[in-house]
Design a binder for this molecule. Structure first.
Ligand code: HEC
Ligand code: HEC
Length: 340
């Protein structure tokens, strides 16, 4: 009898202990929940709990107005989605680019979260560009992607095509106020690896998870009409040049983690952070067109830490600025400048 009572008391104490443990191990979780919004907005969402945020949603294309203005918006969307048909090597308007489409990196006409969408683009321009060190109009930013991502020359920025692209971008961002920060407007800034990204490990990721579409030689797959790509190239002479945003490891790793293999999303990624960094290192070690960029980032303090061409305001090598480890570079930037 007394032994039974002892058992019951012990069992009750056991249950209580479990309850206490469960309670305390959950308590910190709920506090990350309340911070999730700000954490995600600054893209440092490293915890496993996905933030619950009201994200920007592109207006539905069926809401594009009728008439002349609407026709320009539709033409702009068409140009961004099928750029190659108009400006590629066999383009109908001009032959001035590599055959990629703007949409290859600005997915779904620049309407998708974490895929370089155009949601807040117009609301932030004209703005100061640390890369070109001047205040540039929106058309200048379009020109830069023609020059770099499409490794081409620029169509007349006052011409019908660029005006149509701008009309579409304005339409898609119509509800976004100046200065309003959008959740997921570029792609995720992945946490740094403690080591340098490894092209050899990245090659294994590429072979297993990318090559089936992008091709063993990274050259992509042309569509039957040979005017555009079904699967765009990742390197080689028809790919983006080394002055493009994706040539920076952090941009590539984030974009790929959030969007590749095709169909992956921010909420259901298919790669680990490590795989994303390593495949970025592999792809961006392959040959591609070169762009003279010695005039970019005139103010060295503004140079992004993963910009792989010197000179730098710090003492780290080009190699480390290209592949990492990035944390020591970031930490050095935070240190107060020592007076000698
Ligand atoms: C190879 C990928 C790629 C292609 C193709 C591409 N872009 Fe981009 N674009 C980017 C990336 C990455 C960024 C943002 C990061 C950066 O450049 O620093 C960007 C930024 C932009 C921005 C600025 C967005 C903002 O909110 O500030 C605009 C506008 C833009 N691109 C337009 C275009 C247009 C128009 C085309 C086609 C002519 C195009 N892009 C093709 C990768 C690409
Ligand atoms: C199922 C086919 C498929 C697989 C697998 C795939 N991609 Fe893609 N990828 C695409 C398509 C399609 C696009 C263009 C999307 C569009 O235009 O809407 C694209 C675009 C890209 C782009 C931007 C455009 C460019 O060519 O530079 C990059 C970078 C990229 N993929 C990298 C990768 C990497 C890295 C992997 C492996 C982890 C991968 N992809 C796996 C189909 C695929």
């Amino acid at each position: 009898m007394s032994r039974n009572t002892l058992y019951i008391v012990l069992a009750a104490l056991g249950c209580l202990a479990i309850l206490v443990i469960v309670f305390f191990s959950h308590a910190p979780l709920s506090s990350t929940h309340t911070n999730a919004g700000t954490a995600a907005a600054t893209s440092s969402a490293t915890s496993k709990t996905k933030p619950v945020l009201v994200a920007w949603k592109a207006p539905d294309t069926s809401a594009i107005p009728a008439g002349k203005a609407g026709a320009m918006i539709r033409y702009g969307r068409e140009l961004l989605a099928h750029t190659s048909n108009y400006f590629g090597p066999k383009g109908s308007v001009a032959q001035i680019s590599n055959g990629m489409n703007c949409q290859n990196c600005h997915l779904d006409g620049g309407s998708k979260l974490f895929a370089n969408n155009y949601g807040s683009f117009i609301s932030t321009y004209p703005k100061f560009s640390p890369r070109s060190n001047n205040i540039s109009p929106a058309s200048q930013r379009i020109a830069e992607c023609f020059n770099r991502s499409l490794n081409g020359t620029v169509p007349d920025t006052n011409g019908r095509e660029v005006r149509a692209m701008l009309a579409y971008m304005k339409w898609i961002g119509q509800d976004v106020k100046k200065g309003q920060k959008l959740f997921g407007n570029a792609s995720e800034k992945l946490p740094f690896l403690p080591v340098a990204a490894d092209p050899a490990k990245g090659k294994m990721v590429f072979v297993a998870k990318c090559q089936s579409c992008h091709g063993a030689d990274g050259g992509g797959l042309l569509a039957a009409d040979k005017k555009s790509y079904t699967y765009p190239p990742l390197w080689g002479k028809h790919s983006y040049n080394d002055g493009a945003g994706l040539y920076r490891l952090g941009n590539f790793a984030g974009f790929v983690k959030n969007n590749m293999p095709f169909g992956a999303t921010y909420r259901s990624p298919a790669l680990t952070n490590e795989e994303a960094w390593n495949v970025a290192a592999f792809v961006n070690s392959q040959p591609r067109p070169h762009k003279d960029q010695h005039q970019d980032w005139a103010d060295l303090k503004n140079k992004p830490i993963d910009f792989p061409f010197g000179p730098y305001a710090d003492k780290f090598s080009e190699q480390q600025h290209k592949f990492g480890p990035f944390k020591p570079i970031k930490d050095a930037q935070k240190e107060p400048i020592k007076k000698s």
